[in-house]
Design a protein around this ligand. Structure first.
Ligand code: PHB
Length: 390
């Protein structure tokens, strides 16, 4: 018995030494994945971690002769922590790429580290337009709120919603969503009854929704970050706002696939604009959703998962293109201009802006096979970030 234990211990030490050896001898390619695994945006961390692991399971952990080492760090949804973790990952772990970033303030806080260390930083979630301008080493695989909101600003006034109240989270992505939605709404002959902003941290939607009820607009346009949509939907319905004839519209963050199926029939017919729906009808997406659910006890992938999955692909392809050599500038150059079919549809990394160009879909919540989905009914193709042309 003792002998067996000693042998086991020896085996463990040998394995540990071999692992350290392979990290030290330059055969390893390290990805530092900084995510909110706890705190307000924990669902984003959970989705992206699952997607990154799925990508590796499907595509192997050796690329161009290098062993991929994924180091996941929890920034607890606090930007200062994201920055400190990035610093440690670059200095101590010598990561080749930084990735993740669940919220805009985390991405912005980390940008200077990417610039100083010339480390490519793949933003998989955060979605304020200005992020890619914060460092020349940033590449984005998520979306921008401006990109998504413009489509709704065109659709709503042409579909009977002229008088609109906007309700957004009071920080980068919310302010972008409000600005670009309102701009298009006014251009299309609509009017803004009121623009409301709720705190990003621990918002209480009740007083704001009461105000919306009193204003009786045709529609309420909402942006809240992934994970907060169910609370908005619940309070909207509890106040009978749908019965009062107010339509709920927004970017697809509010009918997030991570929560949608639990929102109940009250969510039916809500129209949103976004870049990804789990029910996107393509063979690539069907395969992705099936594999994701199989690997994660039935969890449905949301738009955050897709940002993570495609971000891993961008990193893998860049490493291949550099023939395993890596190096910040070579990797960055190989990330620019990548074009491929994502589960969301075709996507492209604009080499000028390093931002994503993709389709934006109009979707309506419907039941399919007994479950609630954002069912796409129209598409605006190859949308660039409107926030870059100004
Ligand atoms: C962001 O902080 O940039 C962010 C977070 C969640 C979203 C969209 C944007 O759903």
């Amino acid at each position: 018995m003792r002998k067996r234990q000693v042998l086991k211990a020896v085996a463990l030490v040998v394995t540990a030494l071999t692992a350290t050896q392979s990290i030290a001898d330059g055969n390893t390619f390290k990805i530092g994945l900084i995510l909110p695994m706890t705190g307000q945006q924990a669902s984003t961390g959970r989705q992206i971690e699952a997607a990154a692991k799925l990508y590796m399971a499907q595509n192997g952990d050796t690329v161009a002769g290098k062993k991929i080492h994924l180091i996941i760090k929890d920034d607890t949804t606090i930007p200062d922590v994201s920055k400190r973790l990035a610093q440690e990952l670059v200095v101590n772990d010598k990561v080749d790429v930084l990735a993740g970033f669940g919220i805009t303030p985390s991405a912005l806080a980390t940008a200077p580290i990417a610039t100083q260390s010339k480390t490519p930083m793949v933003v998989m979630a955060a979605a304020t337009s200005s992020i890619t301008q914060a460092s020349p080493y940033i590449v984005r695989t998520s979306f921008t709120l401006a990109q998504a909101a413009v489509a709704m600003g065109d659709w709503a006034p042409k579909n009977g919603m002229k008088k609109v109240v906007t309700l957004v989270s009071d920080y980068g992505p919310g302010i972008d969503a409000e600005k670009y939605f309102v701009e298009r709404l006014l251009f299309n002959g609509g009017q803004v009854a009121e623009s409301l902003r709720v705190p990003m941290r621990n918002p209480d939607f009740a007083p704001f929704l009461q105000k919306v009820r009193d204003l009786k607009p045709d529609a309420l346009f909402v942006f809240v970050p992934s994970g907060a949509g169910a609370a908005v939907m619940k309070q909207f319905l509890e106040r009978g706002m749908d019965k009062a004839g107010i339509k709920l519209i927004g970017t697809g963050d509010v009918t997030d696939d991570d929560q949608l199926n639990d929102m109940g029939d009250g969510a039916l017919h809500v129209v949103t604009s976004h870049h990804y729906s789990a029910s996107h009808p393509s063979a690539t997406n069907k395969k992705f959703v099936e594999a994701f659910q199989k690997a994660n006890k039935g969890m449905r992938p949301n738009f955050m998962a897709v940002g993570g999955y495609d971000g891993m692909r961008v990193i893998y392809e860049a490493l291949k293109a550099s023939k395993g050599q890596g190096g910040g500038d070579a990797l960055l150059a190989a990330m620019k201009g990548q074009i491929f079919e994502s589960p969301r549809g075709p996507m492209f990394i604009d080499s000028q802006t390093r931002d994503i160009v993709q389709n934006i879909y109009l979707r309506k919540v419907q039941r399919q096979d007994g479950q609630l989905y954002n069912v796409e009914f129209d598409v605006i193709k190859d949308v660039k970030d409107p926030g870059k042309t100004k």
